[in-house]
Design a protein around this ligand. Sequence first.
Ligand code: C2E
Ligand code: MG
Ligand code: MG
Ligand code: MG
Length: 275
Amino acid sequence: FVKDRGRSHYRFYQKEMNTTFPDEALMESHLRRAVELNELTVHYQPQVDLKTGQISSFEALLRWNNRKFGFVSPAQFIPIAEDSGLIHGIGDWVLEQVCIQLKEWQEKQFKPVRIAVNISPKQFQMESFSYNLRSKIAHHGIAPSSLELEITESALTNMNETLKTINELKKIGVYISVDDFGTGYSSLSYLKQYPIDIIKIDRSFIKDIEVDEKNEAIAKTIINLAHNLGMTVVAEGVEKDLQAQILLEANCQKAQGFLYSKAVPVDEIVEKYIE
Ligand code: C2E
Ligand code: MG
Ligand code: MG
Ligand code: MG
């Protein structure tokens, strides 16, 4: 039974990954029209509080169903979007969708939740980024604390602009997390420089944590590091009960992964978690 489930998940991801776009230029030209053709949707993956089992935050993950070539994985099209500059429009669209969603739930008086949005380094480094975000939040009238921005280490450069942007974002009142922590090439000095709220341990350190002693050591060290700096920790890619147990014992607060749920359409999130 468990095996069956595993297999269907596998098939699902195979289907998503194997796009038949013959080349990147063609993908780019289709991506250029994806927003206007309504080919993009935002799915949501729950984040679970390891101690209580409660779910009050979700990560927004972009999905692209191209009319000609079918599902394309963000791992494939986000880099194209970044190189072509399309990420600005697409990223803005994602933020807009998430704000609309939060506003709707707020009006229906559903339980308060937080949504984490992936922000590409290019988007983040635009001078207008924090100003635009502030206007969006004001325009939709949502609580700034219901938004979290996921930034990768590569966006956290040593430049004055980065500090300025992050300080502005903290003033607005959104949460800041570092995504895929431990996989970038940057030094740890940004952790003391910038007011970061959350560290997301990269999936590669969680995978096999129950058998790989080095991964276990790295994950535990990241958890302690985060806590010593007053930050919250989220483990990415938790697929097994035993992994969740190890993380709970190590005082990791939150987990995200197929053990709980993959990213699902918004209706399912509403039905299962917040209505
Ligand atoms: P990410 O931000 O690190 O997101 C987590 C990825 O891990 C997601 O892949 C999610 O579906 C997958 N995942 C979650 N739990 C598990 C698990 O237990 N096992 C495994 N094997 N995988 C798991 P997805 O949705 O394919 O996204 C891939 C990447 O694309 C994201 O990595 C993020 O960097 C980027 N991305 C997705 N949506 C957006 C977006 O709206 N904007 C930007 N800039 N990037 C996005
Ligand atoms: Mg992320
Ligand atoms: Mg990640
Ligand atoms: Mg990532």
